[in-house]
Ligand binder design. Structure first.
Ligand SMILES: C[S@@+](CC[C@H](N)C(=O)[O-])C[C@H]1O[C@@H](n2cnc3c(N)ncnc32)[C@H](O)[C@@H]1O
Length: 353
């Protein structure tokens, strides 16, 4: 006897629609609602998703499907949909999007089916605002301003390019004024004259932002109604094309072990940073990584900046922390509870100085 999953794909698509409503993403709300109905009625969406019926929430089937559709639009193969994609200048309300989308989906059914294998991958540049606050604080606490930045789970490495972005807040600014990525920061922080003297990242599945395929992949997983995020990503991709960074394909702890065995000048502060990565590591890998970092702190000036869910089993409620070390003693400070995409920062009192 075959068991019927208690949550089917139509339910998953409907949940995605509800989340899209809450997040102010009307296009994806309309599309996922229609996809749910089409799947339940045995339409083209059901045919494309055959074999994915047992998928769990973390398989993100709706995002895989929508990412594939977005790539069709971004590459000019679905011009009839452009009018609905705000990131591409579209202004049309999504009320009547489904018949248009369905005919595109029918025409490219084989491509979308093959594309379901593409794992959703993002690199959220907005998180560099939180990183900057952590770097300022680390510099203030240690008195060191020359920084070696090591990012684990770096994706395309876009946040390693933090010193190529512009940040402006009440009474302060930092970074090149001509940068194509500019953040209007909602907090007063004490900017410090920090310098990134070395940078490198690792990821299990790094995305190369200097290739058309890498750029397309990252863009396709930004929700089209999130115009500001999309523009920011476009700017960061331009920066990455000009100043490529190295992101090694690696698990976190072996990579950290290697990097932290390298010698660095005494006046360089090594900052290990990660955002929305820890939840993907198993508890053993997390503990191992933390002990590699703590052991290295006995040999060199080091700080550990983290922007992760406060409760790793739930993605919301992000906490920004900085851990510094003194004579083998770790001290962790909560700097704020930023939005998962970075802004608003919602800094803790005292975090900004
Ligand atoms: C949600 S993304 C965040 C990417 C980036 N830190 C950011 O904030 O935009 C999570 C990243 O962690 C990477 N990842 C997951 N498990 C990993 C592991 N065990 N070792 C290294 N990277 C991992 C994924 O490939 C993905 O790029």
């Amino acid at each position: 006897m075959t068991s019927t999953p208690t949550v089917d794909l139509a339910d998953r698509f409907r949940r995605h629609a509800e989340m899209s409503d809450r997040m102010g993403a009307p296009l994806y709300a309309a599309l996922t609602r229609a996809m749910a109905d089409d799947w339940a009625a045995g339409g083209v969406v059901r045919t494309i998703c055959a074999g994915w019926d047992e998928a769990t929430e973390s398989d993100l089937v709706s995002l895989r499907f929508l990412g594939s559709l977005h790539r069709l639009v971004l590459t000019g193969r679905a011009p009839s949909l452009v009018a609905y994609y705000r990131n591409l200048g579209g202004t049309r309300a999504p009320d009547d999007v489904w018949p248009v989308a369905r005919s595109v989906i029918e025409a490219f059914a084989d491509d979308i089916r093959a594309d379901l294998a593409v794992v959703p991958q993002t690199n959220e540049v907005g998180r560099s605002v939180a990183l900057l606050v952590a770097l300022f604080r680390a510099a203030a606490q240690t008195g060191l301003t020359r920084i070696r930045l090591l990012e684990v789970g770096a994706s395309a490495g876009l946040n390693l390019l933090i010193d190529r972005y512009r940040f402006e807040g009440p009474g302060w600014s930092w970074g090149p004024a001509e940068s194509p990525v500019c953040f209007d920061v909602d907090a007063t922080v004490e900017a410090r004259p920090i310098e990134i003297v070395a940078r490198r990242g690792c990821d299990l599945e790094p995305v190369d932002p200097t290739t058309p395929a890498g750029r397309l992949r990252l863009k396709s997983f930004v929700w089209p109604d999130n115009v500001e995020r999309y523009r920011r990503l476009e700017g960061a991709l331009d920066v990455a094309a000009r100043w490529p960074v190295r992101v090694d394909r690696s698990e976190v702890s072996p990579w950290l072990r290697e990097r932290l065995a390298e010698s660095v000048d005494d006046d360089v502060l090594t900052v290990v940073w990660h955002s929305v990565v820890w939840q993907y590591l198993d508890p053993v890998a997390r503990r191992e990584s933390e002990s590699v970092i703590a052991a290295a702190a006995e040999r060199m000036p080091l700080a550990h900046a983290s922007m992760e869910p406060a409760d790793l089993s739930r993605a919301a409620d992000i906490v920004l922390t900085l851990t510094t070390y003194d004579a083998g003693q770790a001290s962790t400070t909560e700097l704020g509870r930023p939005h998962p995409h970075g802004l608003p920062l919602r800094l803790s009192s005292g975090a900004a100085s």
